[in-house]
Design a protein around this ligand. Structure first.
Ligand SMILES: CC(C)(COP(=O)(O)OP(=O)(O)OC[C@H]1O[C@@H](n2cnc3c(N)ncnc32)[C@H](O)[C@@H]1OP(=O)(O)O)[C@@H](O)C(=O)NCCC(=O)NCCS
Length: 164
């Protein structure tokens, strides 16, 4: 059975595998080069030190998905707004793993007394747009041609959920 729990450093190889798959094969992440284990460890330590949760969906001891959030923008007046992300391993999609991760992220955000959650989604990623709609996120706008990957300009859809 899949369990949602806080990530540990030992989850980093599994998180790295999921992340690098998306970097190499999709426009979900606006990065070109696969990350190293060291880079992903630094990401983990920085998030942990700044109290940004990283949660994983654990199946028999292996992370098959993860979710996290962090500041939306740096200036102090934005401090009640967060930007999140959720990733599920390609072999485990469509089985409510993303759903469980998102439920927990929203719960943590409410406990943390944040006011709004924001997702920046590549406009071709309709699965993610539908996924977010399910939780009440609404499209607030689209930035045109702000990314460039695989020889194409990419648009980013921003979706927002007000928590109160
Ligand atoms: C988007 C993602 C996180 C969804 O996770 P998942 O475990 O596959 O989704 P779930 O099975 O929990 O589905 C939850 C809801 O999302 C929507 N959804 C999920 N997959 C979908 C698909 N292929 N087409 C349309 N809607 C879909 C549905 O509304 C679904 O609810 P339902 O089952 O009641 O219809 C997952 O597909 C993923 O990791 N994709 C690649 C990374 C990514 O795009 N992350 C988001 C970046 S912003």
């Amino acid at each position: 059975m899949v369990q949602i729990r806080i990530a540990a450093e030992s989850d980093i190889p599994a998180i790295l595998e999921i992340t690098n798959y998306e970097i190499l094969n999709s426009t979900v992440l606006y990065e070109y080069e696969p990350r190293s284990l060291e880079t992903q460890l630094v990401w983990f330590r920085q998030k942990t030190e700044s109290n940004c949760p990283i949660i994983v969906a654990d199946l028999n001891g292996k992370a098959i998905g993860f979710g996290t959030y962090g500041p939306f923008r740096a200036r102090p007046a934005y401090s009640k707004s967060i930007e999140h992300s959720v990733y599920v391993h390609k072999d485990h999609r469509g089985k409510a793993v993303g759903n469980s991760l998102m439920v927990e992220l929203i719960k943590l955000a409410k406990v943390g007394e944040f006011h709004t959650m924001i997702a920046g989604i590549d406009s071709s990623n309709m699965n993610s747009v539908e996924f977010h709609r399910k939780f009440g996120f609404e499209v607030v706008g689209t930035f045109k041609e702000v990314g460039f990957k695989f020889d194409k300009w990419l648009n980013v859809v921003f979706m927002q959920l007000l928590l109160k």
